[in-house]
Design a protein around this ligand. Structure first.
Ligand code: NAG
Ligand code: NAG
Ligand code: NAG
Ligand code: NAG
Ligand code: NAG
Ligand code: NAG
Ligand code: NAG
Length: 558
């Protein structure tokens, strides 16, 4: 009789693990400002953006990069990945960047196929529309935190996630650098979450290129230490620059040397999170690959992501290096594809410095605020879901959306409610946040719908709890479970007891709300070139709340 005891099982498992390890993709880690594989070789990103463009509903000048409103998750499309893998291999890429993924879908097939081919993924945690920090009314709040954590949880079992990006081009000019503290807080909280899970995946941000007077301090801000104790707890690991300076046949001196100089002292790893300008005529020669992956650039940069595998259109041109047949089954390559494959194949960046001699990163103090760089070093708190749920359940008047896609309506209603509240002598300061002043309202970290319920409740209470004052044309409902003698303000101060606390967040028990219909919200597309901050579709009302401030003079932050 055969004994199939523990030792046999253990050795079977060990054998399986060993067999797996033979093929396992190497873990990449950061030492100082360089990336290394497990054997100590320098790791350079030879990448390509990999996501079909979603539907672009706003084609106005307000949306120069063609940021889409929908996305198609390429890592959930098993047959698409199987179709594309031979082409990604021909291109010679070791990394794909994906701008939006659907955490409710299954990614096993694509992730394991990519891993088996030695291809890492850089995954943006943001989604179109309300799934990213909104540059015109920024907040770092429970809804976004939960979305980011749900994505991390969905991908934590794979061995080929190189980095998670907490934003793409959220700050897009000097005038909205006040949005940076919200992004830095996101990096801090995601870092704490990954550290608690013992994950070594890098935390990144992908920046728009632009004038040095905000681009450079922004890069330094994301990797700085506001506490001046050389701590990296709020610092990203991987700075991405979306750089299109090299067009056609250029030279390092002509296109890149200024950028190289600007980043000469950068403290963490950096790469081009997008590159590949479309010249006025002719195919892209991709000759910049030889410059990017050379000793001219290797002191600062660890490669880049060519934009883009799939076709994508924007004001800057028609990108893409393959086309699909109308049934999506067959790939045709273009001259851009062949040229990029040749250039990646020929690239031979130096394997220096050795990991042992690479200096550990120092985390310097943050850039000083000035007229072209507005970001405060006081960051918003970690969003506290249980505190916001406590608040929501205790409020006297609750937003009860009548449509499932409530983002725009909620924005309009916040405007309406703040306007009414202002006329009756109240303010909306508790829901406001100001990244230039470094002041964050008591409930600025809650979901927008909770903020709305809070403002509705304050208005309803200001009207002596007249039922009509909670109606908001059918969008509000009196909460019969709430005490009629307790105000919204006091519910908030008891639920949100430590409003500026930072801590390692935990994922919501039941990767909750998203469970809904599992709608093919999928769809994704590189935003812009992939941008991830929604332009028009976000929490629209918050934008015009600024108007309330001006008009009523009541709406001041804290
Ligand atoms: C920045 O984003 C806004 C929309 O939020 C857009 O109108 C503007 O054109 C963008 N600016 C740049 C330089 O991309
Ligand atoms: C603001 O500071 C940054 C460096 O942090 C600098 O590049 C920029 O030129 C400064 N802006 C002004 C208006 O002085
Ligand atoms: C780049 O140079 C090559 C070789 O001289 C030439 O064939 C190609 O047309 C040039 N491409 C562009 C976009 O200028
Ligand atoms: C091809 O793929 C696109 C994007 O995923 C999709 O919109 C389209 O319906 C597909 N066409 C067919 C015939 O499957
Ligand atoms: C989050 O809020 C809850 C509810 O008020 C509170 O019990 C908890 O201590 C808060 N967590 C942190 C880390 O501040
Ligand atoms: C975006 O809005 C939709 C409803 O319109 C909601 O289901 C989703 O949870 C929201 N996402 C975030 C991150 O707030
Ligand atoms: C809810 O609010 C929106 C936006 O203010 C409004 O258009 C709508 O009529 C309201 N009522 C219902 C039942 O949706």
């Amino acid at each position: 009789m055969k004994s199939f005891g523990a030792p046999a099982l253990v050795s079977l498992v060990l054998a399986a693990l060993l067999a797996y390890n033979v093929h396992a993709i190497s873990q990449v880690s950061r030492t100082g400002r360089y990336l290394y594989t497990a054997d100590g070789s320098r790791f350079y990103i030879k990448g390509v953006a990999y996501q079909q463009q979603g539907i672009v509903t706003d084609t106005s000048a307000n949306n120069p990069f063609g940021e889409p409103s929908t996305f198609i998750d390429p890592l959930a499309d098993a047959s698409g990945c199987a179709r594309d893998l031979p082409y990604l291999t021909q291109l010679g890429v070791n990394t794909v960047r994906v701008y939006s993924v659907d955490s409710t879908q299954n990614h096993d097939s694509c992730m394991s196929a990519l891993s088996g081919a030695g291809i890492y993924t850089i995954i943006d945690l943001t989604l179109p529309l309300n799934g990213s920090i909104d540059r015109s009314s920024p907040a770092w709040s429970t809804n976004l935190l939960d979305q980011y954590l749900a994505t991390i949880d969905a991908f934590s079992k794979y061995d080929n996630v190189l980095a998670y990006n907490v934003g793409n081009e959220v700050v897009n000019s000097s005038s909205n650098t006040n949005v940076a503290p919200f992004v830095k807080a996101a990096a801090r909280d995601i870092k704490a979450y990954l550290t608690a899970k013992k994950s070594n995946v890098l935390i990144g941000y992908a920046a728009i290129d632009g004038s040095d007077d905000f681009r450079d301090p922004l890069a330094n801000y994301f990797s700085c230490d506001p506490s001046n104790t050389n701590s990296g707890s709020t610092a990203i690991d991987l700075f991405g620059l979306n750089n299109y300076e090299w067009c056609g046949n250029s030279t390092f001196e002509g296109s890149y040397s200024d950028t190289e100089n600007s980043f000469a002292g950068y403290n963490v790893a950096a790469y081009f999170s997008e590159y590949g300008c479309v010249p006025p005529s002719g195919a892209r020669p991709w000759t910049e690959v030889a410059a990017l992956l050379s000793s001219d650039m290797s002191p600062v940069w660890s490669g880049g992501i060519a934009f883009s595998y799939f076709p994508a259109a924007s004001a800057a041109g028609q990108f893409g290096m393959i086309t699909l047949s109308s049934d999506n089954k067959t790939v045709s390559t273009t001259t851009d594809f062949t040229n990029l494959a040749t250039e990646y194949g020929a690239a031979a960046p130096p394997n220096t410095p050795a990991q042992a001699s690479a200096a550990a990163a120092a985390f310097p103090s943050c850039p000083t605020q000035n007229s072209t760089f507005l970001a405060s070093t006081t960051l918003p708190a970690t969003p506290n879901l249980s505190a916001c749920e406590c608040l929501e359940s205790g409020l006297s008047c609750q937003f009860t959306p009548v449509v499932s896609d409530y983002t725009v309506v909620a924005g309009q209603l916040i405007n309406t409610a703040c306007g009414l509240l202002g006329q009756s002598g109240g303010t909306c300061s508790d829901i406001a946040a100001d990244g230039a002043a470094g002041t964050y309202g008591l409930i600025s970290g809650c979901d927008p719908t909770v903020k709305l319920s809070y403002v509705m409740s304050k208005y309803y209470e200001s009207q002596n709890r007249n039922v009509q004052a909670c109606s908001f044309a059918g969008n509000g409902t009196v909460n019969s479970h709430a005490s009629t003698s307790v105000s919204a303000t006091s519910v908030a101060s008891s639920c949100i007891a430590s409003p500026s606390a930072t801590f390692a967040p935990t994922a919501p028990a039941s990767t909750t709300k998203s469970s809904s219909t599992g709608t093919t919200t999928s769809a994704g597309g590189p935003k812009k070139n992939g941008a991830s901050t929604l332009v028009g579709g976000g929490f629209v009302g918050m934008v015009s709340m600024g108007v309330v401030v001006v008009v009523s003079g009541m709406w001041t932050v804290m």
